[in-house]
Design a protein around this ligand. Structure first.
Ligand code: CP
Ligand code: NVA
Length: 311
């Protein structure tokens, strides 16, 4: 195994398939050991800062609990309460926090801010969601698919929704692992072409594929092993919520849409769900849904990432 000590985790694209596989294998092991009642504490005596400038339920709780379970101290840092808000630079914040902490997780708006924090921090920085990427979520998603299907290679994942952070990280994750990723989105909200191109390049190497279906959820979902969706308006897009909802009515995951996928297809959602918008109750509460296992796996996969980059 390669050493990941000291590495930042900002996007899935930044890491090799071997490195990402090591995260998934470690996460499986940590989950198994936790379920067996073992208490590993590889980060005993360390401290990890968790910076949030956006709301969170899953990310905050899974990171706080995960850091604690690894034997370290989590420190929740609300962006609104930090000197950042009064004009202290990200670079100076990074330099200061590096003198106290052993690692930083950050959730914020601009991806460039996370890159800047990582550039000036001497300690590992983990991306807990930006407007552009949500890599920890997708690592938990890949762990979940591997658990349910025994492999990632050749699995067809169809994403139905706006070309947002989830679409981008799913494209990058699927492409690394030889999956077939199909993406249906409203023409007004396409995925970033930079992400699509680099995912296509990775897919060509891994034996996977990336296909875009603007305006056509039925075509994207045909024969899929996994149907994935996300909210129509992301955090920070609240002002556009109505307009986006108007344009996305055809992107609702219903039993009829699920019927186009494989009979045993999985339904996945990063959560929080806006029930009745991007997904209906019959699907998220139905036989396809693995959303609670998916949410749980955030904990295990993030513990694996932290154990590998900080320990
Ligand atoms: N999926 C996810 O990141 O959820 P939170 O916004 O609740 O952290
Ligand atoms: N696309 C959503 C994901 C939330 C976990 C958002 O950015 O709000």
């Amino acid at each position: 195994a390669v050493s990941l000590k000291g590495r930042d985790f900002l996007t899935i694209h930044d890491w090799t398939r071997e490195e990402l596989t090591q995260v998934l294998d470690t996460a499986d092991l940590l989950k198994l050991r936790q379920k067996a009642g073992l208490r590993d504490r590889p980060l005993e005596g360390r401290s990890v800062g968790l910076i949030f400038t956006k709301p969170s339920t899953r990310t905050r709780v899974s990171f706080e609990v995960g850091v604690y379970q690894l034997g370290a101290q989590p420190i929740y840092l609300s962006g609104a309460d930090m000197q950042l808000r009064r004009g202290e630079t990200l670079a100076d914040t990074a330099r200061t926090l590096s003198r106290y902490l052993d690692g930083i997780m950050i959730r914020t708006f601009a991806h460039a801010d996370v890159e800047e924090l990582a550039r000036y921090a001497d300690i590992p920085v983990i991306n807990g969601l930006t407007d552009w990427q949500h890599p920890c979520q997708v690592m938990g998603d890949l762990m979940t698919i591997r658990e349910k299907r025994g492999r990632l290679d050749g699995i067809h994942l169809a994403y139905v929704g706006a070309g947002n952070n989830m679409a981008h990280s799913l494209l990058e994750g699927g492409a690394k692992f030889g999956m077939r990723v199909t993406v249906a989105y409203p023409p007004e909200y396409p995925p970033d072409p930079v992400v699509v191109e680099r995912a296509k390049a990775d897919a060509a190497r891994s034996g996977g594929s990336v296909e875009l279906f603007p305006g056509d959820p039925e075509a994207a979902v045909a024969g899929a092993d996994v149907v994935y969706t996300d909210v129509w308006a992301s955090m920070g897009e609240e002002a556009q919520a109505e307009e986006r909802a108007r344009r996305m009515q055809a992107f609702r995951v219903t039993p009829a849409l699920m019927a186009r996928a494989k009979p045993d297809a999985l339904f996945m959602h990063c959560l929080p769900a806006h029930r009745g918008e991007e997904v209906v109750d019959e699907v998220i509460d139905g036989p396809w849904s693995v959303v609670w296992d998916e949410a749980e796996n955030r904990l295990h996969v993030q513990k694996a990432i932290m154990a590998l980059v900080i320990a």
